[in-house]
Structures are given as structure tokens and as C-alpha cells.
Design a protein around this ligand. Structure first.
Ligand code: ZN
Length: 253
């Protein structure tokens, strides 16, 4: 039952994400490919897998009443996107035997589950978070932004920085400012009526930052433009310099 549900969610996401990407890359309307929002490869549908943005190991730790609540099934609590499962190569040599989906699981799902459960702080001897937790939080924030705002998150300049961070799980990217290396976390929710079960992410945009709240933590992500600002997709000519006022250029020369 749950596998069937996952298949239909995967199919729906495939069409939704392709429609969104077509706005920026019209060429894909004529093929059957999608860009992986982590590695950037254009791949066919079979090379993608459903990705639970809130990792499955964290979902399994949710309170029993929440897991049994028909209003908050696993896929609602997780939020989903597609990530590739095709083996990763670096300079034509194997980097990882599977794709970005498994890479996220290997490097980030553990640290993310530790923050979401509150363990990251309680288990740590000096009660602080480590870089792997903060980088895990950044990656979760990036994927949540892709789910919320679509491919603009990936295609703007800050998206490239975050994608490079995805493949550098232990050290902060050299161009990532210190304000983006901070994660604030609190105790996880325990009551069944907590709104974060059905809406795990909220976003607050500023001119160069997006504050992503993921259940019990907040992380700041760099953005190089407002993802909600409209983009001219079919503008062939730049607007005239004198568009809003009379142009006396020809009469004066
Ligand atoms: Zn990928």
C-alpha cells in the first residue's frame, strides 16, 4: 500500500518538477528528462527516486499517536522531492555507488535525525552542535526550499554554492559566510496537535537570506535573489532607458 502510494507521489512529482523546470529550460519540453537539483545532471525518470526531505529515520521516531494520525501520514510529515539514484562520478571516476538520494542518506540523514530528535544537543558532551549537524541542516533547508519554490532555488547563484556544499559534507564551503553557519535548535514537539507535523517547514525571506524553520530548528540559507520575484521568460529586448519618461534623444541631436 505504502509502496503504491510512493509510486503515485513519485509520478506526480515527476510531472510537477518537469513543468517547473520547463519554465527555465524550455528544451526539456521535447525530451523526457529532469535535472537533479543536487548534482545537476539531466536524467530520465527511472534514474530518480522519491526523497523524504525529513529523513525516514526521523519519521520513525515521531510519537506513536502522530504516526497513527490519518491527518499526518509519513509523506505529509516528510515532504517529498525527487533526487537521482544514478551512480555519482567525479572526473570520470566513481565517487559514490549510488546517486544523490543515497548520498543524502549516507551523509546527512543521521545528523538531521539527531537535531530533530533533540539528541544532537543532549548527547553532545559540551552541549553544542558540530559542523556535520549544521551542514545537514543547510542541506535540509536547501531541499525544503526546492520543494517550496522550485528550480529557481537551484538555478540562482546561491543554489550552486549549496549544491557544492551538498558534496562537501564535513567542511563549510569557503564562500559560505559565517552568518549561514549557525543553527538554532529547540526541543522537539511532543503533542499530537503540534502544527509542525503537517507543516514541517516555514520560510522567511530577506534580500540575501532565507530563514528556514524545520520543525524544531532554524537555519539561515544564502539566496542571491528573491525566489518569488517574477522572471521575464520571453523578453527579447531589454526595456528602453526612457520607458517611463519622454525620450527627446532624436529631437535634440
Ligand atoms: Zn543527482
Amino acid at each position: 500500500m505504502s509502496e503504491l502510494l510512493d509510486t503515485s507521489i513519485k509520478e506526480r512529482l515527476w510531472h510537477k518538477m518537469r513543468a517547473y523546470l520547463t519554465k527555465f529550460v524550455p528544451e526539456i519540453a521535447n525530451n523526457r528528462l529532469l535535472m537533479c537539483c543536487a548534482c545537476g545532471r539531466f536524467l530520465p525518470q527511472d534514474d530518480f527516486d522519491l526523497e523524504h526531505v525529513i529523513p525516514q529515520q526521523a519519521l520513525r521516531e515521531d510519537p506513536l499517536e502522530v504516526r497513527n494520525d490519518p491527518a499526518t501520514p509519513r509523506n505529509v510529515r516528510a515532504r517529498n522531492i525527487l533526487l537521482c539514484r544514478k551512480p555519482l562520478l567525479y572526473k570520470n571516476s566513481p565517487l559514490h555507488g549510488s546517486g544523490c538520494n543515497s548520498w543524502k542518506g549516507k551523509h546527512f540523514d543521521g545528523p538531521i535525525a539527531d537535531i530533530l530528535s533533540g539528541r544532537a544537543v543532549t548527547k553532545s558532551e559540551d552541549k553544542r552542535l558540530y559542523n556535520t549537524h549544521i551542514i545537514g541542516g543547510l542541506i535540509l533547508g536547501y531541499l525544503a526550499m526546492v520543494e517550496e519554490f522550485g528550480y529557481i532555488t537551484t538555478l540562482m547563484k546561491s543554489g550552486l554554492l549549496l549544491r557544492e556544499q551538498f558534496f562537501n559534507p564535513h567542511r563549510f564551503h569557503r564562500n559560505l559566510g559565517s552568518r549561514y553557519q549557525i543553527l538554532l535548535s529547540g526541543a522537539p514537539a511532543t503533542t499530537v496537535d503540534d502544527p509542525t507535523w503537517s507543516k514541517p517547514f516555514t520560510f522567511k525571506l530577506e534580500h540575501d537570506a532565507c530563514y528556514v524553520t524545520a520543525r524544531n530548528f532554524v537555519i539561515t540559507l544564502p539566496i542571491s535573489r528573491d525566489p518569488l520575484a517574477p522572471i521575464a521568460h520571453h523578453l527579447k529586448f531589454a526595456p528602453s532607458r526612457y520607458k517611463m519618461r519622454p525620450d527627446f534623444g532624436t529631437s535634440l541631436t
